[in-house]
Ligand binder design. Structure first.
Ligand code: KIV
Ligand code: ZN
Length: 526
């Protein structure tokens, strides 16, 4: 059955819409908050990646969230820009205002429908929830023809009631119906059964797009997504690197490549420029400071590395023996460039491209190149991981506080002291402080330059690569008023890495300070 959608027009049967929620579900998970400019950079990268819908945020959550959805709606051309809203009138009005400037806009409104959520979270009777479905979708339609309705905790909702809610949403004018597995509880056969039931039973089901939104608590988000597509779902909600609440959401890169690699089993076509996957993934890691694990499918550094001799031999004879997709198809470049102190800027830029850094600006490139030269002087071999660690440090260009220099005196015979220089809003400040150890002294100097309430909750040191000349990678966790942030820093000098990690965390805390807490996950009728 061909569907005519207000923003996508006539949708061919095999077209699947990619709805990216990195900036909403992904961004609301602990440690992943982004500032306004970072969100805009991500939205631009998602546009280049070819996603169909960008869920830009939850406008009622805070003035910062509203502003970022609004800025993305004003700036980004191409994808539909969606704003999330509970069923409450205030949420929908705010979402409508935030997405108003978009070339193509959507309001995504939701309410819980499972017995557990209705009783304990909403404290609403099912009939009142049904009324809220109708009222919220009707109100949202005043702002746009493209309205998505979601049944929160849909996978644990009683089937007859789910059918009634979906029918009410369709009657009120919803054009997309999303059934989330909010708590990551479902198995693939559950998702298949739910969507088949809705498509078979609900009047008007053939006029709307069904959408799937799966959390990864049991590691099944991608499998559940594919099962839903097999049951006729034509919109997939997902995030870059699978970030999101708790264990995260279905990873965009995994879902898209599963579909692309197995057209025999999943005959539909996402309009994703797969060659841009790696650089989008790296951009997100750079912005948030969280790398993906080495064995992460598609974008992990080992995803295409063949270690065993038998596999290497097979790949050399015919790559298809052990590769089900080519590394190039997702943005990895094969490179034999070995970087050292004689490498020039052009080779460095090529290396960055090969490592998936498409977006680095000239100033950041220059700073990263200077640090690379410095590293190459101190280290015999500069590995790809070393370069990635320092570029990630440098690419955080919009931070208010930047590291300038550090001079530490420590040892068994002296009281440890640190002299630190930082640029705060572009102005260089310095301070000298003592401490119980060199790290403590460094952090005391930092607090002297930029006093703050944040408490150090975690300090951990690891090595980026092997050997005594390896760079240290330090993680610092700060807490302020119940808000928790992690920062990362890398350097061959562990103390410089520590200062950088602390500064990174502090910058994230400053972003968090400007934002309110997300509102309680309760809903009122519109
Ligand atoms: O997981 C969930 O239920 C959600 C909804 C708001 C769509 O994120
Ligand atoms: Zn979710």
């Amino acid at each position: 059955m061909t569907i005519i959608h207000p923003n996508f027009g006539t949708l061919p049967d095999d077209r699947v819409i990619i709805f990216d929620t990195t900036l909403r579900d992904g961004e609301q998970s602990p440690g992943f908050s982004m500032n306004l400019q970072e969100k805009l950079r991500m939205a631009e990268a998602l546009t280049e990646l070819g996603v169909d819908v960008i869920e830009a945020g939850f406008p009622i959550a805070s003035p910062g969230d509203f502003e970022s959805v609004r800025l993305i709606a004003e700036t980004i051309k191409g994808p539909v820009i969606a704003g999330l809203a509970r069923s409450a009138r205030g949420d929908i009005v705010r979402a409508g205002e935030a997405v108003a400037p978009a070339e193509r806009k959507r309001i995504h409104t939701f309410i819980s429908t499972s017995p557990l959520h209705m009783k304990f979270k909403l404290r609403m009777e099912p009939e009142a929830v049904l009324e809220a479905v109708t009222d919220s979708v009707t109100l949202a339609r005043h702002y746009t023809d493209d309205v998505e309705w979601s049944a929160e905790d849909g996978s644990r909702t009683e089937p007859d009631f789910l059918c009634r809610c979906v029918e009410a949403a369709i009657k009120a004018g919803a054009t997309t119906i999303n059934i989330p597995d909010t708590v990551g509880y479902a198995l693939p056969e559950d998702m298949f059964r739910i969507f088949k039931m809705l498509r078979d039973r609900v009047p008007g089901a053939d006029k709307v797009i069904f959408s799937t939104h799966n959390h990864n608590d049991l590691g099944l988000a991608v499998a559940n997504t594919i099962a839903a597509v097999s049951a006729g779902v034509r919109q997939i909600e997902c995030t870059i690197n699978g970030i999101g609440e708790r264990a995260g959401n279905a990873a965009l890169e995994e879902v898209v490549m599963a579909i692309r690699t197995r057209p025999d089993a999943v005959p539909c076509k996402p309009a994703i420029v797969t060659q841009n996957i790696l650089k989008t993934s790296r951009l997100l890691s750079t912005i948030t400071g969280f790398d993906v694990q080495p064995n992460k499918a598609i974008v992990g550094r080992n995803a295409f590395a063949h270690e065993s001799g038998i596999h290497q031999d097979g790949v050399l004879k015919n790559a298809a023996t052990y590769e089900i997709m080519t590394p190039e198809s997702v943005g990895w470049a094969r490179t034999s460039l070995v970087m050292g102190k004689h490498s020039g800027r052009a080779a460095f830029r090529d290396k960055l491209k090969a490592l998936g850094y498409g977006e680095i600006g000239d100033n950041q490139l220059n700073d990263a190149f200077r640090r690379f030269k410095d590293l190459a002087d101190r280290k015999k071999v500069v590995y790809d991981d070393d370069i990635m660690a320092l570029v990630d440090d440098e690419a955080r260009g919009d931070d208010r506080i930047r590291f300038v220099s550090l001079d530490v005196h420590a040892g068994s015979k002296v009281k440890p002291s640190a002299e630190l220089e930082l640029a705060v809003d572009g102005v260089v400040h310095s301070a000298k402080a003592e401490g119980d150890g060199p790290v403590d002294a460094t952090f005391n100097a930092l607090r002297a330059i930029f006093p703050h309430e944040g408490t150090l909750r975690l300090y951990s040191v690891g090595a980026v690569t092997e050997g005594t000349d390896a760079q240290a990678r330090v993680t610092v966790r700060l807490e302020e008023g119940g808000k928790m942030v992690d920062g990362q820093g890398a350097d061959t000098d562990t103390l410089v890495a520590s200062a950088r990690a602390y500064i990174h965390a502090l910058n994230k805390l400053l972003v968090k300070r400007t934002r309110g807490e997300p509102p309680e996950q309760m809903a009122a009728s519109a």
